[in-house]
Ligand binder design. Structure first.
Ligand SMILES: [Ca+2]
Ligand SMILES: [Ca+2]
Ligand SMILES: [Ca+2]
Length: 631
């Protein structure tokens, strides 16, 4: 009995001491993460605002005992003491290297590290994209595995499985470096990589696919905005990739997400500010995707808020960019990725669900630091009225100019699919282009016939290789910045998401064949590859195909002819989408070619033709195209 009492007493004392100790430990300031971890001297943004995650920060004072860096103003912590915001000014002359912040509270002292980087080297970096480029979209996980040692890393063991279409397959940044010669040969000058942010390390039990857990192999569910996912490589590897790409004349486009975080981001359970997200995990709106209200001058308030602030699929936490701390965090995060790597452009995910006023400030900060940089926004909508609303260059009815350079040209994507994959009327294309006047600048739109969110072209009902060739002919000769989707050049199939994100054959250990090399492609694949390669190189060689004014010369249900003209030099493209041959005649006035000019088809399909009495006649076999230039 006595023994039992002693045991109970000891146990109680243990509990008391444990509670007291853990209470004390919680009060001691502790640093888990500093964001951004580094910044460069001579930045247009100065001071920068550090967000330090940890605990015990209430009432903290911060000091830096090091040259070239100083704390500005009073640090602020959140109510829980788990986040500390500190302004740091970096002298333009600050010597690069690590610095330590001394964080002091009544309960103790701790240190946070931060690095000052050299001022930026700018030649050949931060270049922006333009109609001179041919862009190529790569889903990092599914393109090429250049480093099998990172396939099943210790920090995220068990979410690599090539047989599971929702798990990691091993593609990485080294794989992209290895394939730069392939891309250069194809004629690619800019690579858009799907997000490389660190995504969740375990099976995602919140987003079930076919009733089973999924993973963030696609990169769109960040759990850390300042880290490269361990399956893809490291920040050092990313820098190596950007430098190697630049040496090959290839730009790098980063895919960013600022509308939401992944469902497992540590902010979800411990937000840095009370208004960090629109709503909470327990209590939030669900996105109802009534996107038309976003360009409606008199929207129903609830529909507007549900669409702007609702959580995607009900579980992707929606960031509140109207919280100044969120806005500041996101602006700095974007500048940091560009500045620390040298990359050239951004493709911004889910553009329309973020307020225009935020974009105005974000774009202004970006252009101030990187004047040549360009951004393309994803507004997934087939309506030009809707899409064009989001392009910058002028104030809209809301009084805001978003500053956005470019949009993915989804209004043109659907007619391309309808005409060339499904064999429907080709004139849907010029009818869509006729709405170009609604854009502030249609020339910079990013045109596409395939992407990672849609089934592959070749999986459309009635799709043929001839149709895919025509689609590429149009894409690479019309206005805009053409974007290819990895694997479309070898006619890969995949009817839905994620089968549209298949592994590129030859990119992975043990693959039966290597479609990156000529010998590994079937004759049909090689024929298509060579055709697209030829088009990409023609675009690079013929200035009018990149920058020339677009003029329609002939439109019927299944035939379309147009010219691209630059400084008196014209290229005429004629497309016959019909299942039978066609002979068409149309006017090409002296603005295009002088009388009597002899025209040659660079694709070798049509016979040579002569311009007579201001007209030309083209004979095209079924489902074929010609690119005419003066002989
Ligand atoms: Ca790998
Ligand atoms: Ca991860
Ligand atoms: Ca939103």
């Amino acid at each position: 009995m006595y023994l039992v009492k002693i045991r109970v007493w000891c146990f109680t004392a243990f509990l008391f001491l444990a509670a007291a100790f853990s209470g004390y430990a919680q009060r001691q300031p502790q640093v888990l993460k500093v964001e951004p971890p580094s910044w460069w001297a001579g930045s247009s943004l100065n001071p920068i605002r550090l967000m330090i995650r940890g605990s015990g920060f209430k009432g903290a004072r911060v000091r830096i005992d090091a040259a070239g860096v100083r704390v500005v103003g009073t640090p602020v912590s959140n109510e829980q003491g788990t986040y500390l915001f500190v302004n740091i000014a970096i002298s333009p002359q600050a010597r690069p290297g690590p610095r330590e912040l001394l964080i002091t509270t009544t309960e103790g002292v701790t240190r946070a590290s931060f690095e000052v980087l050299p001022s930026l080297r700018r030649v050949g970096r931060f270049q922006g994209f333009s109609p001179d480029d041919v862009m190529y979209l790569i889903m990092i996980d599914r393109f090429s595995d250049g480093d099998p040692t990172n396939n099943d890393p210790p920090q995220s063991r068990g979410i690599y499985d090539r047989k599971n279409k929702f798990y990691y397959h091993g593609g990485d940044l080294q794989g992209v470096i290895d394939r730069l010669p392939y891309l250069k040969d194809l004629g690619v000058t800019a690579v858009w990589l799907t997000p490389w942010y660190d995504n969740y390390d375990k099976p995602n039990q919140i987003e079930l696919k076919e009733k089973k857990p999924s993973t963030g192999f696609h990169g769109y569910n960040p759990q850390d905005f300042y880290a490269v996912d361990e399956h893809f490589g490291s920040l050092a590897k990313l820098r190596e990739l950007v430098a190697a790409a630049h040496r090959s004349g290839i730009k790098i486009i980063q895919d960013e997400v600022v509308n939401h975080t992944g469902p497992y981001h540590p902010w979800v359970d411990d937000p840095p500010t009370p208004t960090w997200f629109n709503g909470t995990k327990e209590n939030h709106r669900k996105n109802v995707f009534q996107t038309w209200v976003l360009h409606d001058p008199r929207p129903v308030a609830d529909l507007y808020r549900e669409t702007m602030e609702g959580w995607f699929l009900d579980f992707l936490p929606d960031l509140n960019q109207e919280d100044p701390e969120v806005a500041r965090y996101l602006v700095q995060n974007t500048l940091w990725w560009i500045g620390t790597t040298g990359l050239d452009g951004i493709r911004m995910d889910t553009w329309q669900y973020v307020p225009n006023s935020f974009w105005r400030d974000w774009n202004a900060a970006l252009k101030k630091e990187f004047p040549n940089f360009t951004v393309v926004g994803e507004v997934k909508d087939g309506d030009v009225v809707h899409t064009s609303f989001f392009q910058g260059g002028r104030k809209r009815f809301d009084g805001v100019d978003s500053g956005l350079d470019s949009l993915l040209d989804f209004p043109l994507f659907y007619p391309i699919r309808h005409a060339f994959a499904e064999g429907k009327h080709l004139d849907e294309i010029p009818k869509t282009l006729a709405k170009d006047y609604l854009y502030n600048n249609p020339e910079i739109l990013v045109t596409l016939l395939g992407g990672h969110d849609d089934g592959r072209f070749m999986s459309e009902k009635d799709a043929t290789l001839a149709g895919l060739k025509l689609a590429n002919t149009f894409l690479l000769t019309t206005r805009g910045v053409p974007q290819l989707y990895y694997g479309d050049e070898i006619a890969m199939t995949g009817p839905d998401e994620p089968t549209t994100r298949g592994d590129f054959p030859g990119g992975f250990p043990g693959d039966k064949r290597d479609a990156f090399s000529r010998g590994g492609r079937t004759s049909e694949e090689e024929d298509l590859f060579a055709y697209i390669r030829k088009l990409a190189h023609l675009r690079s060689e013929l200035a009018p195909l990149k920058r020339g004014a677009l003029a329609n010369l002939y439109v019927s249900e299944q035939q379309y002819a147009y010219a691209r003209t630059l400084r008196g030099s014209s290229v005429v493209v004629v497309i016959n989408n019909d299942k039978k041959s066609a002979e068409i005649e149309f006017a090409v006035g002296p603005g295009f070619f002088p009388p009597g000019a002899m025209l040659t088809d660079l694709l070798g399909v049509a016979k040579e033709v002569q311009v007579r009495e201001g007209k030309m006649k083209a004979n095209l076999p079924e489902r074929s195209a010609a690119i005419f230039v003066r002989r």
